[in-house]
Design a binder for this molecule. Structure first.
Ligand SMILES: *[C@@H]1O[C@H](CO)[C@@H](O)[C@H](O)[C@H]1NC(C)=O
Ligand SMILES: *[C@@H]1O[C@H](CO)[C@@H](O)[C@H](O)[C@H]1NC(C)=O
Length: 321
C-alpha cells in the first residue's frame, strides 16, 4: 500500500506551523506587554474605600464646563485651610479665562471647621469641589480618583487635564504651546520614574508592607507634583480603579492603573534629556531657565506671586490670559 498523500499533508502542516508559530508568539507577547489581562476586581470593601461614589459632595461646581470645552483643566488638590495657596494660584498660573479652567479639590479635616469660610470662598470664585472624606496625605489616592471621576462626568469635552500641586510654579504659556504637539488620546506626561520600588522600612513616609504591595518594583509612573494627560484618561483611570487596590501613593497608584490600561507615561525632556521640563526639584528663580520648563517645585504662596510678577510680564502681551 502506498500512502504518500497524508505524509505530504503532515509535512505541509508542520512547515505552516513553523512559520506561523513565531508570529503568534510575537503577537501574543506584544499584546500582553501592551495591555495585560484584567485581574479580578477588588472586594466591595476595598473598592468602597477609594470609590468617589462612597463619599458625599459638600461643595460642587456642576456647571463649570457648561457651554465650554477648556483646552486644559488645572486640577489642584488642596487642604481646606490652604486659602493662601488658592489665592496665589488664582493670581498666577491658575487665573481663569482663555483656554484654561482651574479647580481645587479638597476633603474635610476632622476637628477643623472651615465649612463656612470655604462655602463663602466657593461662592465667590466657583472653583472649589469638596467631598466628605478625611483629607490626609494617605488619602491623596482617594482625592485623585475624585478628580478623575469629576472630570469624566462634568467636563468630558476638555482636551487635556493637569493634576498639579498648589506649591508649584507652572509655566502655563509654554505648556499651552506644547499641548499642540501632544496626542489627543491615551497620553500622559511629566517627570517619569521608571525605577521606583516600595520602601519596606516601617519608619519611611512611603512605607508599604508586602501585604499592601507584594511586587518589588513599581511600574513606570509620573511624579505626582504635576502631570498632564489627555482628558479621556480620566474616565479610563476611574474605570480601571475597581481592579487596583489602594496604596497611599497617588502617583504610583495612577501608574498601576496606566499599566492595566496599556498606557506608557511619556517623559518630557529637551536637549537629549539634559533638561527635564517637569522639574521636581526646587530651583533658584531665573526667567530664562524657567521659560523653558513646564513646572518647578516648591513655592510658598507669596514667593509664587513675586516670581510670577516678573515672569509673566514677558508673556501677557502675546497670550490672552
Ligand atoms: C481616608 O478617608 C476615610 C473616609 O473619610 C477615612 O475613614 C480614613 O480614616 C482616611 N484614611 C486616612 C489614612 O486618613
Ligand atoms: C460636548 O460636545 C458635544 C459635541 O460637541 C456636545 O453635544 C455636548 O453637549 C458637550 N458636552 C458638554 C458637557 O459640554
Amino acid at each position: 500500500m502506498r500512502t504518500p498523500f497524508p505524509w505530504r499533508l503532515v509535512k505541509f502542516a508542520s512547515a505552516a506551523a513553523l512559520l506561523v508559530l513565531p508570529l503568534l508568539v510575537l503577537l501574543g507577547s506584544r499584546t500582553q506587554s501592551e495591555k495585560p489581562a484584567l485581574p479580578s476586581p477588588l472586594s466591595p470593601e476595598d473598592y468602597r474605600l477609594i470609590s468617589p461614589r462612597s463619599y458625599r459632595l459638600l461643595l460642587d461646581q456642576p456647571h463649570a464646563c457648561r457651554d465650554r470645552s477648556p483646552a486644559l483643566l488645572l486640577l489642584v488638590p488642596v487642604a481646606p485651610r490652604d486659602a493662601a495657596a488658592r489665592r496665589a494660584v488664582r493670581a498666577t498660573w491658575g487665573s481663569s479665562g482663555g483656554d484654561t479652567l482651574t479647580l481645587f479639590f479638597t476633603g474635610v479635616r476632622p476637628g477643623e471647621d472651615w465649612g463656612s469660610l470655604l462655602q463663602e470662598e466657593s461662592r465667590q470664585h466657583e472653583d472649589i469641589i469638596q467631598m466628605d472624606f478625611v483629607d490626609s496625605y494617605h488619602n491623596l489616592t482617594v482625592k485623585t480618583l475624585m478628580m478623575m471621576s469629576w472630570v469624566a462626568s462634568h467636563c468630558p469635552n476638555a482636551s487635556y487635564a493637569m493634576k498639579v500641586d498648589a506649591d508649584i510654579f507652572v509655566n502655563i504659556f509654554y505648556l499651552l504651546e506644547l499641548l499642540g504637539s501632544y496626542p489627543r488620546r491615551g497620553f500622559i506626561t511629566g517627570s517619569v520614574i521608571t525605577d521606583g520600588r516600595p520602601r519596606r522600612d516601617p519608619n519611611s513616609k512611603w512605607f508599604l508592607s508586602e501585604e499592601q504591595y507584594p511586587d518589588d518594583a513599581f511600574p513606570p509612573y509620573v511624579s505626582g507634583a504635576g502631570y498632564v494627560f489627555s482628558a479621556d484618561l480620566a474616565q479610563r483611570i476611574s474605570g480601571v480603579s475597581r481592579y487596583v487596590r489602594a496604596i497611599p501613593m497617588e502617583d504610583v497608584y495612577v501608574g498601576l492603573c496606566l499599566r492595566l490600561l496599556g498606557v506608557r507615561p511619556v517623559y518630557s525632556q529637551r536637549l537629549l534629556g539634559l533638561r527635564n521640563l517637569f522639574e521636581i526639584r526646587k530651583l533658584e528663580y531665573d526667567r530664562c531657565s524657567f521659560a523653558r520648563r513646564v513646572i518647578v517645585n516648591g513655592f510658598e504662596p507669596t514667593e509664587l506671586q513675586e516670581v510670577w510678577k516678573d515672569f509673566s510680564t514677558g508673556f501677557t502681551h502675546t497670550l490672552r490670559l
